[in-house]
Design a protein around this ligand. Structure first.
Ligand code: G6P
Ligand code: ZN
Length: 543
């Protein structure tokens, strides 16, 4: 078998974040572009000779072409074995599961998460290490440095691999196993949740809908919900993964998952609805005419964790990103558990999970997960909810109402101002910072301000410090206003305004969050000069 050394030149801009390298498809289609990056990854991850690599993606346009290049390069670079999902499919949490289960050296996940897919849209690639989580920054920075001086890459000169049949074969001296993308993941879910109880619930006439949004969770949800759990055919909607995600924007929130939202707020709404994103790591949970905020979802899972067999022995602790509401903190406090507040980004949970400090983690950005893998996990959250519903046998709305009665309600909303001028966005945060010295002790929106700061986090495991993670105005009653610039926006800047107001009195738990937070919303925009500085009179997206 011929191993080729191909001479190449560096490309600009191949710096991966912890969610990898994301670019338009036509950037990746340039000759040598992907190969350069893959070689830079292989040159930065240590000695993997004879070891196993996991490869798969969310099925978006260019997934299959990318996998052919990666397999041939893995062979030429000395991997002993590649496990690749059939059809090139592996959801992000499933890839994390397969890496851990098969003690792989690492994995390459091909995805741009919820970003639209297709020839004119986005593609992405990221490397996960042996614990199943995204490569830490020292490694991604080493990859970037390598992309700047790369002058050749190694690739086997052989025919393309048939990705559509499961089975094993040898490619240029390397073992390739095309695996069922669902089975390892499904087995892990069966080890965590009471599938018998969920099957009985589904057989009892309990109705549900899962919206895979034409993306990667289709095969997982169909195999698990309709297959293993016996939900009626049609429970999974938009279940066929498409290379362009059906032209949609597979981000499970009230704006983009509107097809599901209309069903859940329509006549004869099912009892339970859920959706996941392009690569299967995000989730949205709905009841009949009822939206569960991601912050409340984390709190409910924590409070009810022991109802699921995988967590029956109790949980070690909970972690949430700073802008996520403090609903989970109240649960943790009542259970005597530690609760960690981290900066935005799933990567900050990795150390806490590896050190055994936390079991459950969640973010307001529709991410929930546990130490079963090292990524957030959409379908896991759905199964966890189904397990709780099967045991409690109550509507979703009643579970939330009782939860609020017990712990109080953290009214919560996020207002996004997308595509704002970057200078204006910085100025909004700066205007709040300028008042840090004078605000504490004063009244705003009927509440007394207790403190203001720029959120800073010291990782309790490795001592690393992350500063400037969001501008906070904190109130004595537990209410909060947070101003933060998105780290994932694509054009201009996105200002995120997070609003939270704590209400202990259960007679006041029935309000719409926007109404309950109305005075906070007005006060936040006055305080920051948001409207004047951005020229926007209302947010682009409200979640
Ligand atoms: C990605 C990350 C999440 C993060 C989210 C929001 O999905 O995986 O961990 O919470 O982006 O980031 P942003 O900076 O846009 O608020
Ligand atoms: Zn995602």
């Amino acid at each position: 078998m011929l191993m080729q050394t191909v001479y190449t030149k560096p490309f600009d801009g191949q710096r991966p974040g912890t969610s990898g390298l994301r670019k338009k498809v036509n950037v990746f289609q340039q000759p040598h572009y992907l190969a350069n990056f893959v070689q830079a990854v292989f040159d930065s991850i240590g000695d993997f000779h004879g070891q196993t690599l996991v490869v798969g993606g969310d099925g978006r346009f260019y997934n299959r072409e990318a996998i052919q290049i990666i397999l041939k390069m893995a062979a030429a670079n000395g991997f002993g074995k590649v496990l690749v999902g059939q059809g090139g499919i592996l959801s992000t949490p499933a890839a994390s599961c397969v890496i851990r289960k098969h003690q792989a050296y690492g994995g390459l996940i091909l995805s741009a998460s919820h970003n639209p897919a297709g020839p004119d849209e986005d593609f992405g690639i990221k490397y996960n290490i042996g614990n199943g989580g995204p490569a830490p920054e020292q490694i991604t920075e080493a990859m970037y440095a390598r992309t700047l001086d790369i002058d050749h890459y190694k690739i086997a000169d052989c025919d393309d691999v048939d990705l559509d049949q499961t089975g094993s074969f040898v490619l240029a001296g390397m073992q390739v196993e095309v695996i069922d993308p669902v089975s390892d993941y499904a087995a892990l879910m069966q080890s965590l949740f009471d599938f018998d109880a969920i099957s009985k619930l589904l057989a009892s006439g309990f109705s549900m809908k899962f919206d895979a949004m034409h993306a990667v969770t289709g095969p997982y949800a169909t195999a698990i919900l309709e297959g293993l759990l016996g939900a009626p055919a049609g429970t999974v909607m938009n279940g066929e993964p498409k290379e362009d995600f059906g032209g949609g924007h597979p981000d499970p929130n009230l704006t983009y998952a509107h097809e599901l939202v209309e069903i859940m707020y329509g006549d004869d709404a099912p009892a339970f609805g859920a959706a996941s994103d392009g690569d299967g790591d995000r989730n949205m949970i709905l009841g009949d005419h009822f939206f569960v905020t991601p912050s409340d979802s984390l709190a409910v899972l924590a409070a009810n964790a022991t109802l699921a067999p995988g967590y029956a022995g109790g949980i070690a602790g909970v972690a949430r990103s700073m802008p996520t509401s403090a609903a989970a903190d109240r649960v943790a406090a009542s259970m005597g558990l530690p609760c960690f507040e981290t900066p935005t980004g799933w990567k900050f949970f990795g150390n806490l999970m590896d050190a055994g400090k936390v079991t459950l983690c969640g973010e307001e950005s529709f991410g929930t997960g546990s130490n079963h893998v090292r990524e957030k996990d959409g379908l896991w959250a759905v199964l966890f909810w189904l397990n709780i519903l099967a045991v409690r046998n109550e509507p979703v709305a009643d579970i939330l109402k009782k939860h609020w009665q017990q712990f109080g309600r953290n009214y919560y909303s996020r207002h996004d101002y997308e595509g704002v001028d970057s200078v204006a966005a910085e100025a909004v945060l700066e205007q709040v910072r300028d008042q840090f010295a004078t605000l504490p002790g004063t009244m705003l929106a009927g509440r007394r301000i207790s403190a203001c700061d720029d959120f800073s986090y010291t990782d309790p495991v490795d001592g690393s410090v992350s500063r400037n993670q969001g501008v906070r105005v904190l109130f004595e009653d537990g209410s909060r206003m947070i101003f933060r610039l998105s780290g994932t926006g694509t054009s201009g800047a996105t200002i995120r305004l997070y609003l939270e107001s704590y209400e202990a009195d259960s007679s006041k738990h029935g309000l719409d969050a926007q109404d309950a937070l109305a005075d906070m919303i007005v006060a936040a925009s006055r305080l920051s000069g948001l409207i004047d500085r951005t020229g926007r009179d209302k947010p682009t997206v409200i979640t």
